[in-house]
Design a protein around this ligand. Structure first.
Ligand code: SF4
Ligand code: SF4
Length: 198
């Protein structure tokens, strides 16, 4: 079991922007609601986007962002939020309303959980299959373990949605698991929503 610090989502009326900025400078994520436009105010550390912030943006599917150049929010990221994503971020704010801090420790034990190995879509990169060949495991690239969808190669899933390599709660190819499995961080929004489904 290990504690992962993750950002807390909070919603603000722009009249209270100073509070939002303090929250984001402390590592949190802020949803600014100014009709007709909503935007996110997110942390940045000297131009580097914190990993869980980057994954939240990926989860929302937002690609464009600006760095605020001047004023009290200088250096923070501003992401315009399309209307279709409002409900999604408000769900996160509602989930986090119980926390008073800007970051919260989540006690996560991947070996007890394995929820991101269920009902997922793991895209394979050419490097994954090269790694399997080099390791003398070419069978991992065959149709028993890999499926094709819209021109992409993915890990096969069992009936019910478990990854073909999941054994109990453990990955049977842990040392050889695909790069996309290695990159997925505990504490990300994808992780939290997978766990919420349990
Ligand atoms: S859902 Fe999160 S806690 Fe569970 S195994 Fe995946 S990364 Fe670990
Ligand atoms: S390869 Fe391993 S880590 Fe990746 S989804 Fe399957 S069981 Fe999980």
């Amino acid at each position: 079991m290990s504690d992962v610090m993750r950002p807390v989502w909070r919603t603000y009326d722009p009249r209270f922007e100073a509070n939002a900025i303090a929250h984001v400078r402390a590592g949190g994520h802020a949803v600014m609601r100014a009709e007709p436009r909503w935007w996110l105010l997110l942390p940045s550390d000297e131009g580097m986007i914190p990993e869980l912030t980057a994954w939240a943006m990926l989860d929302l599917g937002v690609k464009g962002f600006d760095e605020v150049e001047s004023g009290p929010a200088a250096g923070l990221l501003r992401v315009m939020l399309p209307k279709r994503l409002r409900e999604h971020v408000m769900d996160w704010c509602e989930r986090d309303a119980q926390y008073e801090t800007s970051m919260v420790a989540e006690a996560l034990d991947c070996q007890q959980c394995a929820m991101c190995c269920r009902k997922n879509r793991v895209l394979l990169e050419p490097e994954d299959e090269e790694r399997w060949t080099m390791a003398g495991r070419p069978e991992l690239s065959t149709a028993a373990h890999v499926r094709e969808s819209q021109g992409r190669r993915l890990l096969r899933v069992m009936r019910g949605g478990d990854c073909v390599h999941l054994s109990g709660n453990e990955c049977s190819i842990y040392e050889l698991r695909p790069d996309n499995c290695r990159a997925f961080p505990a504490g990300s929004e994808g992780c939290l929503s997978a766990r919420a489904e349990r």
